[in-house]
Design a protein around this ligand. Structure first.
Ligand code: KG4
Ligand code: ZN
Length: 355
């Protein structure tokens, strides 16, 4: 065994995750019970429904994690870790209380992890049978783009974060979800918008970009308003103005999805590359649910190549919420002696770093 074995729990939003991670890198088990199907009918997450689903799935997920890691048992575990913020209070409380109980029953140290640092630490993860690549080198610049957060951060060492900028309104994933709904593509909008965009025949629809010059900040609410205007104009053009239930043609939907995605990707990738250059980064890291987006992955790969920097993007299943990323960050907190007490509480608005 190289490094501590950590059992990690993630329940901050709408995925119940339980993972077993060795040395902050190697995944022995990573079980994610997704609630996407549960929230799809309402077109968004209902906090009360999410909390109840975590309660229902967290122990089965724990059993499944052990079943996925033959040869390991509680005696091998060095710490129990859990996301304690930011996120939905009711959802966080389920994970925090289960983690505390497990730590107490099995007499293991408890480690509290910030969900956002988890998204960054996903960059260190390797699958069980995968060769271990070199760890991301410091200083690094990480772009975290999820349904609830969008920010750029500089790390000069483990667990030290300097916030370079962040969204002043909507998160990038939130914009994908809203525009997905506007285009009638269902929930969650991100993957659906990507799929629609891939089918676009022409790439001449240009959506606005909010550059917020001189900052590393982002803004997506104007883009959302522009999207509504552009979709309305397209509906008028297709004679659908008086028929709210009739969908826009598939071809036009694809072109608009592409235009919207291109605007988000352009701003995110351009600012990340600029930040990497200006802080003298040795590595660029991309994390969070929107990092699963192929257009963003491709564009950032081009930017990193142009800068001669390695780019680390976890595989899509490790970009969206999961327990393994919490186990990766927890190994460093454990090594630093940063342990939580049994008074660990859910912190729905926990910041990653102050500016
Ligand atoms: O990190 P995550 O699983 O949960 C939060 O912490 O928010 O991110 C979920 C977000 C959703 O907004 C979803 O639409 C977006 O990530 N997302 C994507 C893609 N896959 C997930 N956005 C764009 N393209 C994708 N392929
Ligand atoms: Zn997340």
């Amino acid at each position: 065994m190289s490094g501590p074995l950590v059992l990690a729990i993630e329940s901050s939003c709408d995925e119940t995750g339980v993972a077993i991670v060795e040395g902050g890198r190697r995944i022995h088990a990573d079980v994610v019970a997704s609630q996407v199907a549960l929230h799809a009918p309402s077109g968004g997450i209902v906090p009360e429904v999410a909390a109840r689903a975590h309660l229902r799935w967290i122990l089965p997920a724990l059993d499944e994690a052990w079943a996925a890691a033959p040869g390991l048992d509680w005696r091998d575990v060095d710490a129990v870790s859990v996301t304690y913020g930011p996120g939905l209070a009711g959802s966080l409380l389920v994970g925090v209380n289960v983690a505390k109980t497990l730590a107490w029953v099995h007499d293991k140290p408890l480690v509290g992890v910030n969900h956002l640092e988890g998204h960054i630490y996903a960059a260190w993860l390797v699958d069980r049978d995968e060769a271990e690549p070199e760890a991301p080198g410091f200083p690094l610049v990480a772009l975290v783009v999820s349904g609830g957060h969008t920010f750029l951060v500089e790390m000069r060492d483990h667990l030290t974060y300097r916030l370079l900028g962040g969204t002043v309104d909507d998160a990038a994933g939130e914009a994908f979800d809203k525009v997905g709904r506007l285009l009638g593509l269902g929930y969650p909008g991100g993957p659906a918008v990507q799929r629609a965009a891939e089918a676009a025949r022409s790439r001449d629809v240009v959506f606005p970009r909010a550059w917020l010059p001189g900052t590393y900040d982002f803004s997506f609410s104007g883009l959302k308003t522009a999207a509504r205007r552009i979709v309305d104009a397209a509906r008028l053009h297709e004679g659908l103005a008086g028929e709210p239930a009739a969908p826009l043609s598939e071809g036009r939907t694809a072109e608009l999805a592409w235009g919207f995605q291109d605007s988000v990707v352009d701003v995110l990738a351009t600012k990340t590359a600029r930040a990497a250059r200006e802080v003298g980064a040795r590595t660029i890291v991309l994390g969070g649910g929107v990092a699963a987006n192929d257009a963003l992955r491709g564009r950032l790969a081009d930017e990193a190549r142009a800068l001669g920097l390695p780019l680390v993007i976890p595989r899509p299943g490790l970009c969206t919420d999961n327990g393994a990323m919490i186990g990766a960050a927890a190994a460093h907190r454990l090594a630093a002696g940063d342990l939580a007490g049994f008074d660990l509480d859910a912190r729905p608005s926990l910041p990653l770093a102050e500016r």
